[in-house]
Design a binder for this molecule. Structure first.
Ligand SMILES: *[C@@H]1O[C@H](CO)[C@@H](O)[C@H](O)[C@H]1NC(C)=O
Ligand SMILES: *[C@@H]1O[C@H](CO)[C@@H](O)[C@H](O)[C@H]1NC(C)=O
Length: 500
């Protein structure tokens, strides 16, 4: 079942500024929580995290598919409109391809490939991450074939949720959803533009492909900002709670990075709206854009505030040891914003903290929380702690990554992993499917290797039951955001200092 997030938390900078604090915030004086530094096989976790994305692939699988229990699926996707919309990724435990979170998954994968190139290369995973990006962008090129038009979803979620069937055998309606000039969707159009612009940088060496991506990205951004509106067709499964200003800023940022064209800088400086928030997620991308823009040293939305100050606000709102602290941290030390795919906030924050600490070191700066400096080392320490929590350094003493570490989850809420491999063409009785494959209290027959679970609740409790989707459902963007920090931990070592 789906669970999507309510509105993002705003940072109340003015109220928080009233608080006084004399903490000296630095990685040197604040030891890692839990004392003894846990160590994990980060390289193994990295490899497996990428494999989960392979298990989410829709379409005709390539011969080098590593997930033996997965086969071709969704081969008729698009047929209802006589177009080819095969490929792309299933989002989570169901068999729907949702455009907004899919595009965010690809944008963050592309950013990972760009920001952690050396680490991924050293770990032997760069090609796999490139392939993961391409599996998404190949799909977007089909979805964005026509101007001012984008196919934004394949599969009717309500019908899909009536059947516990693996994608290879599904007969549920593959309903198509689209946006156009009359039914705009600035969030999805801009997020898809961001994904394609970022990917155009990843594939710079493949000139033709890169140029195709960039051209589509420009057109989609133009569409997003000229025909403004929120598309609510993915609601209630993926409603945009935060509006589209964050996606417009994010897309313009990626387009500026990819093209260096003044028109995008002008949009960022004079037209875009940017605000400080305490969340980075499929719905809310402000902090991601602000971290990227902090390095470019631009000011925010024509105002005086710099993006650096807003990126700092994100850090200050998250860290428990600042007076501006706003995000709930469980007794065991995990960020907990809300039940259901909560791990996205854990991996997302870890990702941004590592990426931002690298920006800070490159530009010789620190985070300022009011007048308190926070060193990049503290960001890294916190990022490591969040990742370590998911890998096993938590009160339940178990891994939240399938097939990794101590006592990993066995019942991911996931159709493909929990149903047996059936002959092609086998017709599943949807009525019986829940009795046969969803309800039984037994491990999934297929290991969903590398899937990071939605995760524990706000009291660090986890229930390894398929029926508890808020604990056991995986999502593509939880994993996409884990790959960068895992690569950094695997290659740079525990202090996350870049070796290049
Ligand atoms: C940002 O711009 C300001 C004003 O032009 C300048 O003083 C500062 O050094 C710049 N910072 C970086 C990191 O480039
Ligand atoms: C899922 O498990 C968590 C942790 O044990 C618990 O807090 C939550 O109530 C469970 N949810 C459901 C729907 O059973």
């Amino acid at each position: 079942m789906k669970h999507r997030s309510p509105r993002g938390m705003r940072v109340h900078a003015a109220a928080a500024a009233l608080l006084l604090a004399a903490l000296v915030l630095s990685g040197d004086v604040l030891p890692a929580l839990g004392g003894g530094a846990p160590s994990f096989d980060y390289k193994d976790a990295l490899t497996k995290s990428i494999m989960f994305l392979e298990a989410q692939r829709s379409g005709k699988l390539p011969p080098n598919n590593r997930i033996k229990w997965r086969g071709d699926s969704g081969l008729q996707d698009g047929e209802l409109a006589h177009v080819d919309l095969t490929g792309g990724y299933y989002d989570a435990g169901d068999n729907v391809k949702y455009g907004l979170p899919l595009a965010f998954t690809v944008t963050t994968l592309a950013w990972t490939a760009l920001a952690f190139t050396n680490e991924l290369q050293a770990a032997g995973e760069l090609d796999n991450v490139h392939a993961a990006v391409k599996w998404g962008t190949d799909f977007f090129l089909k979805a964005a074939a026509k101007k001012n038009h984008l196919w934004v979803q394949v599969g009717d979620p309500n019908a899909d949720h009536q059947c516990w069937v693996r994608p290879e055998n599904m007969k549920t309606p593959r309903t198509l959803y689209e946006i156009n000039e009359n039914t705009p969707g600035s969030e999805i159009a801009a997020e898809t533009a961001a994904a394609m612009a970022a990917a155009s940088m990843v594939f710079r060496n493949e000139k033709l492909y890169s140029r195709r991506l960039l051209n589509k990205a420009k057109l989609l951004f133009q569409f997003a900002k000229t025909h403004r509106g929120t598309y609510d067709g993915e609601c209630p499964f993926y409603c945009s709670y935060s509006g589209y200003n964050d996606e417009l800023l994010w897309a313009a940022t990626w387009l500026f990075l990819a093209t260096k064209r003044q028109v995008y800088a002008d949009f960022i400086s004079h037209e875009a709206i940017s605000s400080s928030v305490a969340e980075f997620s499929w719905d809310l991308k402000f902090p991601g854009a602000q971290v990227l823009l902090a390095e470019l040293n631009m000011t925010s939305g024509g105002g005086l505030q710099s993006f650096k100050a807003q990126a700092d606000n994100f850090v200050c709102a998250v860290l428990p040891d600042t007076p501006f602290h706003q995000v709930f941290i469980t007794p065991g030390g995990m960020i907990h914003l809300r039940d259901g795919a909560n791990s996205q906030y854990v991996t997302g924050t870890a990702f941004l903290f590592v990426a931002y600490s690298d920006v800070l070191l490159r530009t010789n700066q620190v985070v300022m929380c009011g007048n308190q400096p926070v060193q990049p080392a503290r960001l890294r320490e916190f990022a490591k702690q969040q990742i370590d929590y998911l890998l096993g350094a938590n009160p339940e003493g178990r891994s939240y990554v399938v097939g990794f570490g101590v006592n990993p989850p066995t019942q991911p809420h996931h159709r493909g992993a929990s149903t047996p491999v059936l002959p092609l063409g086998y017709v599943v009785n949807c009525g019986m499917s829940f009795n046969d494959w969803f309800a039984p209290d037994r491990p999934n027959p297929n290991e969903l290797t590398g899937a990071i679970m939605g995760g524990p609740d706000g009291s660090d409790h986890f229930t390894d039951k398929r029926s508890n989707s808020s604990c056991t459902e995986p999502c593509t963007y939880i994993n996409s955001l884990s790959i960068g920090p895992l690569a950094a931990l695997a290659i740079r070592g525990a202090n996350l200092l870049a070796t290049h």
